[in-house]
Ligand binder design. Structure first.
Ligand code: FEO
Length: 407
């Protein structure tokens, strides 16, 4: 990504990673990502975040286009994950006088990431650092958006809020760097979906913290939101911030219990169980959302199901068994649920088996680790469901409803 001048004093010096298919071996990507880094030039020169170490050379070339690196006075590390902090040590070799600004929580993380002693300026919500005549930076502690150390940086005189992962998206814009440069089609069909997927997979787990951060920034004058992934948001700022709070406030309808049913089915038997359970739940006045987990689940399918689970009182997991295990899509999906708040939600396991149903216990073990409230008996059917075999689902549904009602 070329250097882009954002204002008279602020430059984008980050890099693009358009061919990245999976982020952190965790999140499938459709549009790659960017590692954004910003340089504020002036009486004091401030770099906000670095980039993944693999891209240091490109990043360093960008920096050198706008500043002699030894003239950097401050490096703000808003979050220690190595896609943003990864080039810090390499850069310090060329900027030895730079002071490193971090949140108070970050010290231990950085010390254990780089395993050398570094000298930090630790900041919090009350800190203001002057960077020139009538120019200063303030900091907004935003813990768990999405790590405990995360903070934002507010450049009041330019009305810029740098937000690291928050309000980011794994998205390489087709052209330019701003949200307002996109066509309506690109914005709605491509970028905005990634903006939402990013929230669902990275931020939703910490929705109460999102609301806390919102309360700190809601009265700031902001002309530009500058996240560390994806485009700079220069259109409808308030609306983009509000999306985060709206999504964070989404909660189950208090008057109606809701169950999400997810399943993978080899020959349709487990699918038949899933839809039979769904019909019983509906007959009992329970709201349902049922989804098949396919072999290759797209990031938007995943975020949709995660959103439904987040607003459900209970989740049911179904799989065919394969020898002593369950189908790979369910394994994969269980892995993704590590980023979802499941603690205390009711859960149950069902599936069809051939000669040994023990594979289903793997699901139970994972759900127990996620601190879900597992109903006592899994519901299993040997080979193909019949009307008689499906009768047992009544008991399964009874147990689930009792669990949701606090039993
Ligand atoms: Fe983009 Fe949490 O790092």
């Amino acid at each position: 990504m070329p250097v882009i001048k954002i204002s008279d004093n602020v430059y984008s010096v980050g890099v693009r990673h358009p061919d990245l298919k999976v982020f952190d071996l965790l999140m499938p990507l459709a549009y790659g990502t960017t590692y954004n880094s910003f340089l504020i030039k002036g009486e004091k020169n401030v770099l906000i975040d670095t980039v993944k170490l693999k891209f240091f050379d490109e990043f360093f070339q960008n920096l050198k286009e706008v500043i002699e690196p030894s003239k950097i006075d401050y490096i703000v590390i808003q979050h220690n994950e190595l896609d943003h902090a990864g080039s810090l040590l390499s850069l310090l070799k060329f900027a030895p006088a730079a002071r490193i600004i971090i949140s108070k929580t970050a010290e231990n993380f950085l010390a254990n990431s780089f395993n050398i002693k570094l000298d930090f300026i630790k900041v919090d919500d009350s800190t203001e650092i002057k960077i020139g005549e009538n120019r200063s930076l303030k900091f907004v502690s935003a813990p768990f958006l999405h790590w405990p150390d995360t903070m934002f940086t507010y450049f009041k005189e330019e009305k810029m809020l740098f937000t690291c992962d928050a309000f980011g998206a794994h998205y390489c814009p087709k052209n330019g760097i701003y949200s307002a440069e996109m066509s309506k089609e690109e914005y709605e069909n491509d970028y905005f979906r990634q903006f939402k997927v990013y929230y669902e997979i990275i931020m939703r787990l910490y929705s109460t913290k999102v609301v806390a951060a919102y309360n700190k920034i809601k009265d700031l004058e902001i002309d530009l939101l500058l996240p560390a992934h994806g485009p700079i948001i220069n259109s409808d700022i308030a609306r983009h911030i509000k999306y985060y709070t709206d999504w964070s406030f989404s909660a189950p309808d208090p008057g109606l219990k809701k169950v999400t049913i997810v399943y993978s089915s080899m020959y349709g038997s487990t699918m038949k169980m899933a839809y039979h359970i769904e019909s019983l739940l509906k007959n009992r006045g329970v709201k349902t959302f049922t989804a098949e987990i396919p072999f290759a689940m797209s990031e938007s399918q995943m975020s949709e199901v995660i959103k439904e689970i987040s607003t459900s009182d209970a989740v049911l997991f179904g799989s065919s068994t394969v020898c002593a295990t369950v189908l790979k899509p369910i394994w994969d999906f269980l892995f993704f649920l590590a980023t979802v708040e499941l603690k205390g939600k009711s859960a149950g396991v069902f599936g069809s088996f051939g000669w040994d149903p023990q594979g289903l216990k793997i699901i139970e073990l994972v759900l127990t680790n996620y601190k879900m409230k597992l109903i006592k008996d899994m519901y299993k059917i040997k080979f193909v469901p019949s009307e008689d075999k499906l009768l047992a689902s009544e008991t399964f549904v009874d147990e689930l409803i009792a669990s949701m009602n606090g039993a």
